[in-house]
Every structure is written in structure tokens, then in C-alpha cells.
Design a protein around this ligand. Structure first.
Ligand code: PMP
Length: 383
């Protein structure tokens, strides 16, 4: 069965190999080396400056979001959420639970808030943090983080971007754009199984943490994790909470694979593959949920054609490929989602099998398509 949902994803043979065998202890020399090397490599993959601080913490994307919120927000703050769907709602809820006044700037489903609308809210509210979801996995909409950083620059607000469905698959220039937190999880384009929360915080974000008057929950506190990250980067073991040792060994391997290709090359590859997938869907007469120019490169959110519905997902699975249904409440029965990030975005056979399975399933459900033509869009990219 081929896993083509927008995370978790198929992972490379080298990552599987790194995971195999009994779990190493956190004091093993190769774990210390992998931990330290991963921290430094994250700065390169995030395109972050030398004074930015990476964190590797057992958990997932939701934990990374919670850590970012708890360390940058305190009760009484006003924060702004550039809202593109399900995961933007989630980070807004987290900030509200932390005691902040949360304002959202929203758009129609499949659209992104206009930069001018964000600028107006910024001027009106003077928020302490602006949150945005780089790619909202529920709708496949990608926002423009550079434009948000640009308008926030010069204000006192920090920018926090949820890159769970984007990091490595979508261009992100943390230092160049001046973003303050870019967070992700291991199970998407980073190319590992689920299990790690990963984030890089700017110097300004770290200073915000130090300036908070309200305590941060201990397990989420950057101040608790900082000496651990610093020690490992100096290749010294240190203990606060047991590191996810097997994951960290695999993370080092995964990050080395990304850097061997080159992060810019990885961004470009995801763009090329996504264009080919979009051409395939279009040749099947399918339309995307995201509006023009807003479709992410890490996944496709595709509307069911007339006469076809969520049965499609089961028909695709019967052909050996797992794709995902819709996620957005109220819109679930109208679209499906296909991941094309990380390792599978290097494998024409994965992509062709997926396009063929969707095409054959559409035919089965009474929507005739030219399956070879769809597959041809992928094959021509890899030829
Ligand atoms: N943010 C985004 C954009 C996501 O896609 C996801 C997971 N699909 C999350 C956050 C939450 O990550 P996790 O499921 O690992 O908690």
C-alpha cells in the first residue's frame, strides 16, 4: 500500500535503515553526534541565521504549535491569526487558552486573506504576535510568508509560521524574511515517521520568552530546552527529558539527504512535481479547492467532479494507494487530498501509480478520463 496522504508520508530507505535495530541510549556517542549535527543542520534547512535557536522535542506538530504559543504569548496579549483554515483555528484556540485576545483575519474557503487586510488589522490592533499557517493542510492553500514578514517588519510583533505541511516542500527564507518562529513536525516533507516537534526561534523570539512575566508550562518551556540544545550542539549529552533517540538518529540522516540535494533544489523539485500533479488533475477535468496561485506544492486538494463523492477514496485504496478525504468541517464531502512531498516527490513510480489509481477510480465511479494522459504529465517531468 502506498501512503500518499499529506502526512505521514513514505520515507527514504536510508531513513528506514536509520530507524532499524534496537533503540540506542541518549548517551551513545552516535546519538550525541546525530543530535548535535541535526541542530546545526536545521539552521541550514530553515535558512536561519547563526543566532537563531533550533529545538528538537519529542512530540508532533500540535506540540510545536503549543510551544510556540506558550513561549511568545502571555495572558492579556492581543494576537492576530492570518486564518486559512483548520490549523489556523487551532493555533488561535491555543492563544485564547493562554489568555490572549485573539483576532482573526479570514478569507473565503480556498482563498487567503489579502495582505492589505492583514496590514489594516496590524495597524488597528498592534498585536504582539502574528500567526499564520504556511500551508493549511485542510484546504491546500499556501500563504505568502515573505509578504507577511514585510508588513510586520518595523512593528513590535513577532511572526510565527506553522510550517508543518510546508517545511522543505515550500520556499522559506527565515533569516532573509525576518521570520521569528518556523515550526514543523517530522512526518511531512522533513521525511521521517511522526514523533518529533521541530522549530527554530529567532533571537527576538528568544528574547520575548525571557521577557514573559507569566510562567511557561515546564515541558514546553524553551528555557528548559535551551541548555539541552546548546549542550548537544557542543556534542555534550545533557538531560531534561529523554530524547527520542531513534528519531534523532534518523533525523540526522533525513536532514543530510535534504542538504545533499540542496534546500533550494528541494523547493524547486516540489514545485515541479506539484505542477505536474496539477496538470494531471486538470487533464482529468478536476478542479482544485485553492484559488488561482494559492495551491500548495506539498499536496493537492481536489474537488470531486459532478456525480463523484467520497467513495473515490475507497476506490483509490482498492488500487493500492491511500489518499485522504476532505478535512474542513462543512466541506469534507466535496474534495479529497493527495500528498506529494518528501521522498515520494522523488519517485515517479509513486506519483504515476497515484495518478493512475485516481484515474481508474474515477472511471469506476462513472467519470471517464484518459488515465495515460494524466500519467504522461508525471512521466514527462521525470524523463
Ligand atoms: N499544522 C498543520 C499545517 C498540519 O498539517 C498538522 C497535521 N496535519 C498540524 C499542524 C498538527 O500536527 P500533528 O498532527 O503532528 O500534531
Amino acid at each position: 500500500m502506498l501512503l500518499m496522504i499529506p502526512g505521514p508520508i513514505e520515507v527514504s530507505p536510508a531513513v528506514i535503515e536509520a530507524f532499524s535495530g534496537p533503540p540506542p541510549g541518549h548517551l551513545a556517542a552516535h546519538v550525541i553526534e546525530a543530535h548535535g549535527a541535526s541542530i546545526s543542520q536545521m539552521r541550514q534547512v530553515w535558512k536561519a541565521s547563526d543566532d537563531a535557536q533550533p529545538f528538537i522535542v519529542p512530540g508532533g506538530g500540535t506540540l510545536a504549535m503549543e510551544m510556540a504559543v506558550q513561549n511568545t504569548v502571555e495572558p492579556g496579549d492581543t494576537v492576530l491569526v492570518v486564518n486559512t483554515g483548520y490549523f489556523s483555528d487551532r493555533i488561535g484556540e491555543m492563544a485564547a487558552r493562554r489568555g490572549a485576545t485573539v483576532e482573526h483575519v479570514r478569507a473565503e474557503v480556498g482563498e487567503a486573506p489579502a495582505v492589505e487586510a492583514v496590514a489594516r488589522k496590524l495597524a488597528e490592533l498592534q498585536p504582539s504576535v502574528v500567526f499564520a499557517t504556511h500551508v493549511d493542510t485542510s484546504t491546500g492553500v499556501r500563504i505568502d510568508p515573505a509578504a507577511i514578514c514585510e508588513i510586520v517588519r518595523g512593528s513590535n510583533a513577532l511572526t510565527v509560521f506553522d510550517g508543518v505541511c510546508a517545511t522543505v516542500g515550500e520556499r522559506f527564507e527565515m533569516a532573509e524574511w525576518g521570520a521569528d518562529v518556523y515550526l514543523t513536525a517530522s512526518q511531512k516533507a522533513i521525511g521521517l515517521p511522526p514523533g518529533l516537534a521541530l522549530m527554530v526561534a529567532s533571537k527576538d523570539a528568544m528574547e520575548r520568552r525571557r521577557a514573559l512575566r507569566e510562567p511557561v508550562p515546564m515541558a514546553l518551556d524553551w528555557d528548559q530546552w535551551l541548555p539541552i540544545m546548546q549542550a548537544y550542539e557542543d556534542r555534550r549529552p545533557s538531560y531534561f527529558s529523554t530524547p527520542a533517540t531513534s528519531h534523532i538518529v534518523a533525523l540526522d540522516v533525513g536532514l543530510k539527504e535534504i542538504l545533499a540535494e540542496g534546500i533550494d533544489a528541494a523547493f524547486d523539485r516540489h514545485q515541479t512535481v506539484a505542477d505536474a500533479m496539477r496538470s494531471a488533475w486538470s487533464s482529468f477535468g478536476l478542479e482544485l479547492l485553492p484559488g488561482a496561485g494559492l495551491a500548495a506544492n506539498t499536496l493537492s486538494a481536489v474537488r470531486y467532479p459532478d456525480g463523484v463523492g467520497p467513495d473515490l477514496v475507497g476506490e483509490v485504496k482498492a488500487r493500492g494507494v491511500v489518499v485522504a478525504g476532505g478535512l474542513l468541517p462543512g466541506w469534507k464531502p466535496t474534495y479529497f487530498r493527495v500528498g506529494h512531498m518528501g521522498y515520494s516527490a522523488t519517485r515517479s513510480d509513486h506519483l504515476v501509480k497515484t495518478v493512475r489509481a485516481v484515474g481508474d477510480a474515477l472511471i469506476e465511479l462513472g467519470h471517464p478520463v484518459d488515465v495515460d494522459a494524466g500519467a504522461g504529465h508525471i512521466e514527462s517531468v521525470f524523463a
